[in-house]
Write a protein that binds this ligand. Structure first.
Ligand code: GLU
Length: 447
């Protein structure tokens, strides 16, 4: 049996054993499509069934989350924590609160997280969790009650040496605060390192909030530098308007690019003078408003309801919203609009058809597991500071983030060259991440 045949058989098994989990299948397939050359070079990985073991999470936890809304009505949501792989360190990865969350989403995110965390070179394994709870339109008290109920089950599974959750879509500083408070209350332990993304007043780290967006832009900057180019004067489109998008836009502007459009699930805004980041922060972080409110303060800008932001011509695109937000039609629109580089700030925002279209058109492409690793890398820095009861300055933390992103870029770039696929960041990221996990798993024996 050739290596390719083996991989095909493993993938068939993954789809059979995990029915209906399309996003998980997609994430597994993308990695399996890349790692054949590494398996050819390292037959010991196949002998130890490393791929089969990696595709099966170490532990999957599903639980009931009952809570009461402000009118006294009872709601039942479903909570998840998938502890994917602890070869490199305690399980690490965010919690997502969004109505679309089900086991297949949590598993795709946990699988991606494992390789992403490996790429950072830091001692963190892979995990992910969340709930189908929809925070949209909920009061602070309702969100608090939900978080307390969620943690009342989750606390028994996590810990600074076991599993360290953080935020993702729908989980930001407010939610992490409520989750931390409840963990502390139940366990009677001030265990700072049990969650990351904490507020600066109780053990949080500088630059964690900015890190995913800033990190993706640092990665993009390295790609531009590798081609003798820079952000200066570039017209950029960023999708989304949440935590990742906001800080990506901020950093692009600092580096001389202009972000002319961003979006939410209702549509996109086009502002040819460049998105006003302070206004966006006020809308999204303080007022939790929809994006159309932007044009009230900036009347020259336009709101396009229900339209894909990818129809806006640009040179560089950063998808920072959610999975599969760039389909084949969007990719065609981007290519037609002159886009030469796509860098994923979100997790798996580009569909396989769109990735193929970019490759065929010579559009440089960076996968999220490399380009958006800045968030989790800053989480690992937060854990480091918590463990030593230290706190670093903003400047120092940003410098560390920049170095980490440069390292990840250089490793993906070098690995792609080593395997005869220069410029293929997908292959570089998958192979390098996979090798790191595989080596640690081999060292630990059959567990
Ligand atoms: N949810 C983020 C991610 O997708 C951050 C996870 C973390 O900081 O643990 O990488």
């Amino acid at each position: 049996m050739t290596v390719r045949d083996k991989l095909t058989a493993i993938f068939a098994d993954v789809t059979r054993r995990n029915p209906g989990e399309d996003e998980f299948h997609q994430a597994v397939r993308e990695v399996l499509d890349s790692v054949a050359p590494a398996l050819q070079k390292h037959p010991e990985y196949a002998d130890a069934k490393i791929i089969e073991r990696i595709c099966e999470p170490e532990r999957q936890i599903i639980f009931r989350v009952p809570w009461e809304d402000d009118r006294g009505e009872v709601h039942i949501n479903r909570g998840f924590r998938v502890e994917f792989n602890s070869a490199l360190g305690p399980y690490k990865g965010g919690l997502r609160f969004h109505p679309s969350v089900y086991l297949g989403i949590v598993k795709f995110l946990g699988f991606e997280q494992l390789f992403k965390n490996a790429l950072t070179g830091m001692p963190i394994g892979g995990g992910k969790g969340g709930s189908d709870f929809d925070p949209k339109g909920r009061s602070d008290r309702e969100v608090m009650r939900f978080c307390q109920s969620f943690m009342t089950e989750l606390y028994r599974h996590i810990g600074e040496y076991t599993d360290v959750p953080a935020g993702d879509i729908g989980v930001g500083g407010r939610e992490i605060g409520y989750l931390f408070g409840q963990y502390k209350r139940i366990t009677n332990r001030y265990e700072s390192g049990v969650l990351t993304g904490k507020g600066l007043s109780y053990g949080g780290a500088q630059v964690r909030r900015e890190a995913t967006g800033y990190g993706a832009v640092f990665f993009a900057e390295e790609m531009l530098h590798a081609a003798g180019d820079s952000f200066d004067g570039k017209r950029v489109v960023v999708s989304g308007s949440g935590n990742v998008a906001i800080y990506a836009i901020e950093k692009i502007h600092q580096l001389g690019g202009t972000v002319v459009a961003c979006s939410d699930s209702s549509g996109y805004i086009l502002d040819d003078q460049g998105i006003d980041v302070a206004l966006l922060k006020d809308l999204k972080e303080v007022r939790r408003a929809r994006i159309d409110a932007y044009v009230q303060a900036r009347p020259h800008a336009r709101f396009n309801a229900g339209r894909p932001v990818w129809e806006v011509p640009c040179q560089v695109a950063l998808p920072c919203a959610t999975q599969n937000e760039i389909g084949a039609t969007d990719a065609a629109a981007l290519i037609k609009g002159g886009c030469v580089m796509v860098v994923e700030g979100a997790n798996m925002p580009t569909s396989p058809e769109a990735i193929r279209a970019f490759a065929a058109a010579g559009v440089r492409f960076a996968p999220g597991k490399a380009a958006n690793a800045g968030g989790v890398a800053a989480s690992a820095l937060e854990m480091q500071q918590n463990a030593s009861r230290d706190s670093w300055t903003f400047t120092h933390s940003e410098q560390r983030l920049r170095e980490i992103m440069r390292d990840i870029h250089d490793r993906c770039h070098a690995t792609a060259e080593e395997y005869g696929m220069p410029g293929d960041y997908v292959a570089g990221a998958n192979i390098d991440g996979f090798r790191r996990v595989a080596e640690a798993m081999l060292a630990h024996g059959l567990i």
